[in-house]
Design a protein around this ligand. Structure first.
Ligand code: HEM
Length: 417
């Protein structure tokens, strides 16, 4: 593996910083950055220069974002994105595009390759399959709250609840031992930093692959009743494919939902009227979850695509070969689409938000995420009376440095029973 031995001898380009820094710096915790709001106000499709000096097309309008996400002429193929990246060594480029690195990683593929893998997994993530997991998810949530209550009347909600709940759920689903979480959580946390240099991406990817390869080999010898074992038994996927699919699910399955639980709780605590409405009407939970997903739009660096031909979007011609970034936070606040988009309204009628993307790559785990959020938030509010921030709101550390937005920690307190 080249990644583990590559030593940068110059300033390396970052892997995940698609736009200049101000597009990620927040003036308020819950609203899109001012630079992004200003750009979006100028027009729904615009060319901007990213942090590395490369031109990127930024799509910020709701209709335009849907149009790009549903048009596979805007390619998700990692090889196209990598070939457009400046500053990589030939060795790094070859490594990122190698079969071992990309096999099975269908989030970075186009149809028909994407379709083949997606079909293998769709059945595992249906609404019905996820509903069957509900009782176990409720148990996991209760166990975490029991542990918080046993520890006193204050805690860091991220470390004690928001991160463990989805990590435990995805570990059980995949058959990954939760005791080994330190390894994959640390890799994921570093890998998702906005300014992570390419050489580190390769090293972390190797570590994650080694971790998962060991598990896949074990399960080949002695399959269990988990999802990875199911794929081994019921498909002809090779080890590289299995390793990368399992890692995609493991990372996508815990980092995203963890940040929605942490930031979502913070947002509710900072909007007391909305919190009171939800407490008074727990049946609003489904709507509240959709509204939090829309309002907070934690995927704030991507999805990205490459135009495979000249394509007009919203009256603007995006030339073949352009890198395109769809801004979910901007599209989900588009005043042309939403009434009073800046308001957090837990009773808002469910609308077609783009928090889970759209089109062929629309989030595979969205039903699971919804269930985890609904059960997680409902039980938190019901079982921790007087839940409140334990520090001033301005002291809550925001994840403006990460590809998935949220909070690094959320110190909270509650009333003694
Ligand atoms: C609140 C939580 C979540 C959010 C906001 C979220 C968001 C997204 C978005 C925006 C995409 C589209 C990416 C693109 O178009 O390139 C996506 C894809 C994906 N998500 Fe999620 N996700 C969440 C939870 C999960 C969970 C729990 C899983 C786990 C099983 C998961 C697995 C995936 C996978 C495998 C894809 C790729 C689908 C494909 O390419 O066909 N996500 N997610």
């Amino acid at each position: 593996m080249t990644g583990a031995t590559t030593t940068p001898d110059r300033a390396e380009p970052s892997f995940r910083l698609p736009l200049p820094r101000p597009f990620f710096d927040r003036d308020t915790p819950f609203d899109p950055p001012a630079a992004l709001r200003e750009q979006a106000a100028k027009g729904p499709v615009a060319e901007v220069t990213n942090g590395e000096g490369t031109k990127v097309w930024l799509v910020s309008g709701h209709a335009e974002a849907r149009a790009v996400l549903s048009d596979t002429r805007f390619s998700s193929d990692l090889r196209r994105l990598v070939s457009r990246m400046d500053g990589l060594t030939d060795e790094q480029r070859d490594d990122l595009m190698s079969e071992e690195s990309s096999a099975g990683s269908f989030i970075s593929m186009d149809p028909p390759d994407h379709t083949r893998y997606r079909k293998l997994l769709t059945g595992q993530f249906t609404v019905r399959r996820m509903r069957m997991l509900e009782p176990r998810i409720a148990e996991i949530v209760d166990e975490r709250i029991d542990a918080m209550l046993a520890g006193g009347t204050s805690a860091d909600l991220v470390a004690e609840f928001a991160l463990p709940v989805p990590s435990l759920v995805i570990c059980e689903l995949l058959g990954v031992p939760y005791e080994q979480r330190a390894e994959f959580q640390e890799c994921a946390a570093k890998l998702l930093a906005l300014d992570v240099p390419i050489s580190e991406v390769l090293t972390l990817r190797d570590r994650l692959q080694d971790f998962m390869r060991g598990l896949v080999l074990q399960k080949r010898r002695a399959p269990g009743d988990d999802l990875i074992s199911g794929l081994i038994t019921n498909s002809d996927l090779n080890d590289n494919e299995l390793v990368n699919i399992a890692n995609l699910l493991l990372i996508a399955g815990h980092e995203t939902t963890a940040n929605m639980l942490g930031l979502g709780t913070f947002a509710l605590l900072e909007h007391p009227e909305e919190l009171a409405a939800l407490r008074a009407n727990p049946e609003l939970a489904d709507r509240a979850v959709e509204e939090l997903l829309r309002h907070l739009s934690i995927i704030h660096a991507g999805p990205s695509r490459v135009a495979t031909e000249d394509i007009e979007v919203g009256g603007v011609l995006i030339p073949e070969g352009s890198t395109v970034m769809i801004s979910v936070p901007a599209a989900n606040r588009d005043p042309g689409h939403w009434a009073d988009p800046a308001a957090l309204d837990v009773a808002r009628e469910r609308g077609p938000h783009l928090a889970f993307g759209h089109g062929v790559h629309q989030c595979l785990g969205q039903q699971l995420a919804r269930i985890e959020m609904t059960i997680g938030l409902t039980k938190l509010l019901a079982r921790l009376p007087g839940l409140r921030l334990a520090v001033p709101a301005e002291d809550v550390p925001l994840r403006t440095d990460m590809a998935i937005y949220g909070v690094h920690a959320l110190p909270v307190a509650w009333d003694a029973p």
